[in-house]
Design a protein around this ligand. Structure first.
Ligand SMILES: Cc1cc2nc3c(=O)[nH]c(=O)nc-3n(C[C@H](O)[C@H](O)[C@H](O)COP(=O)(O)OP(=O)(O)OC[C@H]3O[C@@H](n4cnc5c(N)ncnc54)[C@H](O)[C@@H]3O)c2cc1C
Length: 406
């Protein structure tokens, strides 16, 4: 019997690897530590280069997964141990307790009666119920219960209303062991900890948010048909500053370029110019790094009168007088000036760092996984280096070709 290939990480790159391998006739086991597939992209408002909703890329892949019996997938799953060698690995996988099982029909009654709330996207924004559908684009489309806030049997309101016997508040975690031929690692990225960039006061000022939080805010506004408001007082901001390379290309923080932040901020500014034409945005950059089709974002931004692009670093962020708004010390290299400028909200283009497995794997100087270091274990996409979705998909496909080599 041919052993399957294990893919760790169910973001766009892991999903791509899974469907490509399965459609080439290989058995695949895909595991994801969150309760849903889709990774970071599934929580986006829209994505460049075309600024289309994330459903555009994800839904077709979800369909390919659903229709391919060669793919088995586990959510709430993490690798605990890998032994053996190329061609014959033995992998132990832990499975989180699932408080809602596969009988769930997504009717939503459990969420309606749930009295507990999980924290919201960013401080000041309402959270969701403890029984919720995870992510903007949940796959599988099942409710899940956040164990950290659920009172379980002490509450039990969801148990009373579920007509499908899908709630199992006493569920226990489990462990499975599988044999696989190759392993593709697609564990993706998370943001660098912005609170470490002390001069930008991320921990102190609620209206200083990261680019990912801003993405989630925009996504929540689109989903709930609401206007964007700043976290501190729920007022619509009149102007927003985007600070590029917040911690990136900086030897005190991340020495490398995160490759996607310039395009992401231009995307955000263009989205605002579209939906909030009266709102002013200013992007402070060292230099704008855009590749391929993403260069068009810059051309489009330059045509918008509401978007200003300023070459220069932001030195520090201070609270405004009377605690109102934020004041930025900004340099304008082209004008040769330094000024103090007020803003209602600030978005930090914070860089990407790789997600690691719970098992030891060699990394490069920047902490990213490197190909060719462990025979039979193939890192793919953003756990190797920061890259956008199109490059991640290409890299995942390349990983599939490597996994198919004898
Ligand atoms: C603010 C922002 C906006 C962006 N906007 C765009 C855009 O508009 N267009 C674009 O092309 N790119 C954009 N990007 C880049 C884009 O997010 C990445 O290219 C994309 O997420 C890469 O997908 P991935 O599958 O490699 O990683 P991820 O999306 O991070 O997925 C990795 C998955 O692996 C899972 N995982 C992690 N560790 C484990 C483990 N140990 N076991 C099991 N599972 C694990 C994670 O939970 C996750 O689901 C943006 C990035 C940022 C920061």
């Amino acid at each position: 019997m041919t052993l399957p290939t294990l893919i760790i990480g169910g973001g766009i790159s892991g999903i791509t690897a899974a469907v490509e391998l399965a459609e080439a006739g290989r058995e695949v086991v895909l595991i994801e530590k969150e309760p849903y597939l889709g990774g970071n992209v599934s929580g986006f408002n829209n994505y460049f280069p075309k600024l289309c909703p994330p459903a555009c890329g994800l839904e077709i892949n979800y369909r390919r997964i659903r229709s391919n019996s060669r793919i088995s997938y586990y959510t709430g799953a993490e690798v605990r141990d890998i032994s053996g060698s190329d061609g014959d690995f033995n992998v132990k996988i832990s499975l989180e307790a699932r408080l809602i099982n596969n009988r769930c029909t997504s009717c939503g009654k459990c969420s309606e009666v749930c009295p507990e709330t999980r924290p919201g996207v960013v401080g000041g924004y309402p959270g969701e119920k403890a029984a919720y559908v995870p992510g903007g684009l949940a796959f599988p489309l099942k409710y899940t219960i956040d164990e950290k806030v659920c009172k379980k049997e002490a509450c039990g309101k969801c148990l009373e209303v579920c007509d499908y016997d899908a709630i199992q508040l006493d569920a226990k975690p489990a462990e499975i062991e599988i044999k696989v031929k190759k392993i593709i690692v697609a564990t993706g990225w998370r943001l660098y900890d912005a609170s470490r960039i002390e001069n930008y006061r991320y921990s102190e000022e609620p209206d200083v948010v990261t680019n990912l939080e801003f993405e989630h805010l925009l996504a929540a506004c689109t989903r709930d048909h609401k206007r964007l408001t700043r976290p501190s007082d729920r007022e619509v901001p009149r102007n927003i500053a985007f600070i590029q390379c917040a911690g990136s290309r900086d030897h005190h923080h991340l020495p490398y370029c995160s490759a996607v932040c310039c395009s992401a901020s231009l995307k955000h500014a263009l989205t605002l110019a579209e939906g909030y034409p009266e709102m002013k945005t200013e992007i402070f950059y060292i230099d704008l790094r855009l590749t391929g089709r993403n260069e068009k974002l810059l051309n489009r931004a330059q045509e918008k009168s509401s978007i200003t692009l300023t070459k220069g670093k932001v030195g520090r962020i201070e609270p405004g007088s009377n605690g109102e708004g934020l004041v930025l010390e900004v340099e304008d290299i082209m004008a040769g000036t330094r000024r103090m400028e007020p803003y209602d909200m600030v978005v930090l283009a914070t860089g990407l760092v790789p997600n690691h497995l719970a098992v030891d794997m060699p990394v490069n100087d920047y902490g990213f996984y490197e190909p060719g270091r462990v025979a039979g274990i193939i890192p793919a996409a953003t756990c190797k280096r920061p890259m956008d979705v199109a490059s991640s998909v290409r890299d995942a496909t390349a990983a599939v070709l490597k996994a198919m080599q004898p």
